[in-house]
Design a protein around this ligand. Structure first.
Ligand code: ZN
Ligand code: FE
Length: 270
């Protein structure tokens, strides 16, 4: 597996991060004239970015119903007439095109081709968008997968989230992972407790710490990095399973039980 752990390799020209709230990223895909945004929790920073780069917003993609992902939708459609694409199974402020597993969202002008994946767990109807921007494989996963972490189980079960992450784990290793929050360093502090001997994790932590000290997003990550470093993607690894058993002081008889113990461990980690 080629090494994609250096920061420069992550960047995808044409996809940029708009900062919102304390630690949200609203991802924007553009071709210099038109733009699509994913999970605009706030309208203002998006409108500023559009004005600054003289872009026309053509579509808004939504992964789930939480306010920090949909809060800007109403104001953005009033200002731009952009079409709204979101999960069929969730209550949204507005939606033109309800989406479910296997549906396609294509934007020829942007060279953006996406397929919808159902990824319940964080919320009951959470979706992700997997596909290509030009030739680069990309994933917009909202609050399902984070760099070295995953979303909390607000509406779904551990079995659902485990299956959702397994679906993402099966994507090509070089798929760039555009998560919706900058949680990387705190996730890594916990991941290092789970797997103190994971050299790839230590290397990535060093890179990410450097990026944050310069105010640079640690994202996108990629599926290869997550498979190598993210405990939630590694419930089958003997070291991770053993760490979960030690922490929970229970016998864990399946990867789902290991995953559930890891999620509980992370919830209690400060
Ligand atoms: Zn959320
Ligand atoms: Fe969120």
């Amino acid at each position: 597996m080629p090494n994609l752990l250096s920061s420069a390799a992550h960047e995808v020209p044409g996809i940029s991060a708009i900062h919102a709230f304390a630690d949200n990223y609203i991802w924007m895909v553009s071709n210099g004239r038109e733009a699509v945004v994913i999970d605009p929790g706030q309208a203002e920073p998006v409108l500023e970015a559009l004005a600054m780069h003289q872009l026309k917003l053509t579509a808004i993609l939504l992964t789930h119903h939480h306010q920090d992902h949909v809060g800007g939708v109403t104001e953005l459609i009033q200002a731009t007439n952009a079409g709204v694409y979101g999960p069929a199974g969730e209550k949204l402020p507005f939606c033109d095109v309800p989406l479910k597993e296997g549906d396609q969202v294509n934007d020829e002008a942007l060279h953006l081709k996406l397929t919808v994946l159902d990824v319940p767990g964080h919320t009951a109807g959470h979706i992700a968008f997997y596909g290509h921007f030009k030739n680069t494989p990309i994933l917009f996963c909202g609050d399902t997968l984070f760099a070295a972490g995953c979303g909390r189980l607000f509406e779904g079960t551990a079995a659902q989230m485990h299956a959702s992450l397994a679906k993402l784990a099966a994507l090509p290793w070089d798929t760039r992972v555009f998560c919706a929050h900058e949680y990387t360093l705190s996730n890594m502090r916990w991941a290092c407790e789970v797997e103190p001997g994971n050299k790839e994790l230590q290397h990535w932590q060093k890179t990410a710490t450097e990026q944050r000290s310069q105010g640079i997003p640690t994202l996108p990550s990629n599926i290869g990095q997550e498979l190598a470093c993210n405990p939630f993607m590694r419930a089958r690894h003997p070291d991770v399973a053993q760490a979960a058993v030690t922490w929970s002081q229970r016998e864990l008889t399946s990867p789902v039980e290991v995953f559930a113990a890891l999620r509980e461990w992370k919830n209690n980690f400060r």
